[in-house]
Design a protein around this ligand. Structure first.
Ligand code: CS2
Length: 492
């Protein structure tokens, strides 16, 4: 049976379905960047809210800005916004439920004006974003807005032809201001420290260039809460689609798999109202900084540590890395020796418990989170997840050997594009070509990879770091059987 509104009644005999009347939903939230994570996290919370409370005006309108969003658009259109969330517990238990909180979907490349109008509509109170770490359009090493981007230049010259999130947000805010409507809140849900502040800085930089008066209005009126979001959501595989078909006779073209853990900590700073999510476990706090730093530096960086070494070794998934003691210990060593000292203590958090729990989450054998998902877009991830830890440790004379090893391994991975057994590794990265070109020079210029300043700043000038990096490059390039060097780093 195909998943769509018409079949919901029938399906509700065999699987948990929305109990709210989907026809009366109104979209108070417009979400840009509907992928797996949005659907396992925010859309799930909103679904819980709709199940429980009379909150019909907080449903979601999804927006895809890029051509690459067309598949998701097509599937969700066909399925009336419905999809199955498959929660995989470490002990093998599975929970399945159909989520109904995405009530509408717009594809900007087909109809830019419809997206502007939706954003500008008085009923839109919050615009939330999962546009990925790379989507913010800032230079990773300076943190400044990148005006060189041709799409940005196009929309600055043609404000009525937006292309990026910045063009759309400003076009809509301009319209709201002209109509005398209050602005929406811009809520970033990406893994960037101070994600709200980063979004604010970028929106203002763009708006100032385009329309300084509008920029002052945004500065005064629009709120950009910071948030920490968390739920591991692997790429959907055919096995899951088949499982739903076999188990429930349900044809869902794009279900979402996730772990049972879920967390959302948000600053209570909304300019135009917000849904009452506090009863559903969302934590509203005055300052999210310590939580987001902890999550990004431990979970996301921990993932990258396993992903890059795992890819070279030939582990296909994060849980297979975790079953390999060297990898587990290396990841934990990185967390204990390099991250924990710079995090200090965080009120209400037992750091050892948090890390133990991360080990359990990473080890969940039923999630099968591929190392290729983790390694994808490393050029946007490592400058936010791992390099800041290395820099802080250099500043305070802390341990740097784990993080340095990862950068040397990343260079090897970008250069060779094969694992230790000669099998090709797929590099999915907006900077794949540049990374490869820079890494390729390593054999004759050992520091060549680090000379990409937009990623590494001036790390290539730091002698303590470069000495160690060169030593590790020498080892990995000599023999890519990296496990033994991981053991060296661990002192085993
Ligand atoms: C991962 C994240 O993409 C990555 O590198 O670390 O997607 C991670 O799974 C989520 O942030 C978990 O909340």
């Amino acid at each position: 049976m195909e998943l769509n509104q018409k079949n919901l009644d029938n399906l509700s005999n065999r699987i948990s379905c929305p109990e709210y009347d989907r026809k009366s939903l109104a979209t108070g939230i417009v979400h840009i960047g509907v992928g797996g994570f949005h659907r396992s996290h925010q859309a799930y919370y909103i679904h819980l809210l709709l199940q429980k409370d009379d909150a019909d005006n907080w449903a979601i309108c999804g927006v895809g800005l890029r051509e690459g969003d067309r598949n998701m658009y097509n599937v969700l259109k066909e399925q009336d916004g419905l999809y199955t969330l498959v929660t995989q517990h470490p002990n093998g238990d599975i929970e399945n439920e159909i989520i109904g909180s995405i009530a509408e979907f717009l594809l900007a490349v087909d109809d830019p004006q419809a997206v502007i109008d939706k954003l500008a509509s008085e009923t839109t109170k919050i615009v939330s974003l999962t546009i990925t770490e790379g989507g913010y359009n800032f230079n990773p090493s300076t943190g400044e807005f990148d005006f060189e981007n041709p799409d940005i230049q196009h929309e600055l010259r043609n404000p009525n032809e937006p292309k990026t999130v910045y063009g759309y947000l400003t076009a809509a805010l301009k319209k709201r201001r002209a109509n005398g409507f209050p602005p929406f809140t811009i809520m970033s849900c990406d893994n960037i420290q101070h994600n709200g502040a980063a979004a604010r800085k970028m929106v203002l930089a763009f708006a100032k260039k385009q329309d300084p008066q509008l920029a002052s209005w945004i500065e005064k009126e629009v709120s950009f809460p910071n948030s920490m979001v968390d739920r591991i959501t692997p790429v959907t595989t055919k096995e899951i689609i088949d499982y739903l078909k076999n188990e429930y006779d349900l044809q869902d073209k794009w279900p979402v798999v996730c772990e049972p853990f879920i967390q959302w900590v948000v600053e209570d700073n909304f300019s135009n109202g917000r849904p009452q999510l506090e009863n559903l476990g969302v934590q509203f706090v005055p300052d999210v900084t310590p939580y987001e730093k902890m999550k990004i530096r431990l979970l996301n960086a921990g993932h990258s540590v396993l992903g890059i070494t795992g890819a070279i070794h030939g582990h296909p998934t994060i849980d297979s890395c975790m079953r390999d003691e060297t990898f587990r210990k290396f990841m934990r060593g990185f967390m204990d020796k390099e991250v924990t000292p710079i995090l200090g203590s965080i009120e209400g958090i037992d750091m050892e418990d948090y890390k133990d729990n991360l080990e359990i989450r990473f080890g969940n054998p039923n999630i099968k989170d591929s190392v290729s998902r983790i390694c994808s877009e490393s050029s946007a991830k490592l400058p936010k997840f791992l390099i800041p830890t290395l820099i802080e440790n250099l500043e305070q004379d802390g341990s740097i050997k784990f993080a340095t090893f990862i950068l040397a391994a990343w260079c090897y991975y970008s250069d060779k594009r094969i694992n230790k057994d000669g099998r090709p590794t797929e590099i999915i990265d907006a900077m794949a070509v540049q990374l490869h070109e820079a890494a390729r020079k390593t054999a004759t210029e050992p520091l060549a990879f680090l000379e990409q300043e937009s990623l590494f700043g001036n790390l290539s000038k730091n002698k303590r770091f470069t000495e160690l990096y060169k030593e590790m490059i020498g080892k990995i390039y000599g023999d890519p059987n990296i496990k033994k060097y991981m053991q060296d780093v661990l002192g085993e």
